[in-house]
Design a protein around this ligand. Structure first.
Ligand code: MN
Length: 128
């Protein structure tokens, strides 16, 4: 069985390394992009099982990237989870109403992340 592929779109190198290390150790295949534009291109190319999308990115932001993914037939139904430092309730609602499949707050919990990712992938499988 091939490991699930997780696309991490994150401009901050330290955050990217943390997610790569934690998910890699948990048995996921992690692919990475540092900009929304590269992330969208990689999503089209690799069709990952889940996208973890930082909202604050240089150039196009995570909201813009989500719109682009939803507009693109190949990626329209990919599960995309927003990762953001905005911890306020209004932001959470704004993110979910924008069409993200979920929401993770920074700082990322090293202990919780693998189960959170499994849950996001699992809920997608149930929905299919
Ligand atoms: Mn960022």
């Amino acid at each position: 069985m091939t490991p699930p592929v997780i696309l991490v779109v994150e401009d901050n190198e330290r955050n990217r390394k943390l997610v790569r290390d934690v998910l890699g150790f948990a048995g996921f295949t992690v692919i990475e992009a540092t900009t929304a534009e590269d992330g969208v291109a990689l999503a089209v190319e690799r069709s990952p099982d889940l996208v973890l999308m930082d909202l604050q990115l240089p150039g196009m932001d995570g909201m813009g990237a989500l719109r682009r993914l939803r507009e693109t037939p190949a990626t329209a139904s990919l599960p995309v989870v927003a990762v953001t430092a905005f911890a306020m309730k209004d932001d959470r609602e704004r993110v979910l109403s924008a069409g993200f499949d979920g929401y993770l707050e920074k700082p990322i919990s090293v202990r919780a992340l693998p189960d959170q990712v499994r849950a996001f992938i699992g809920s997608k499988e149930v929905a299919e």
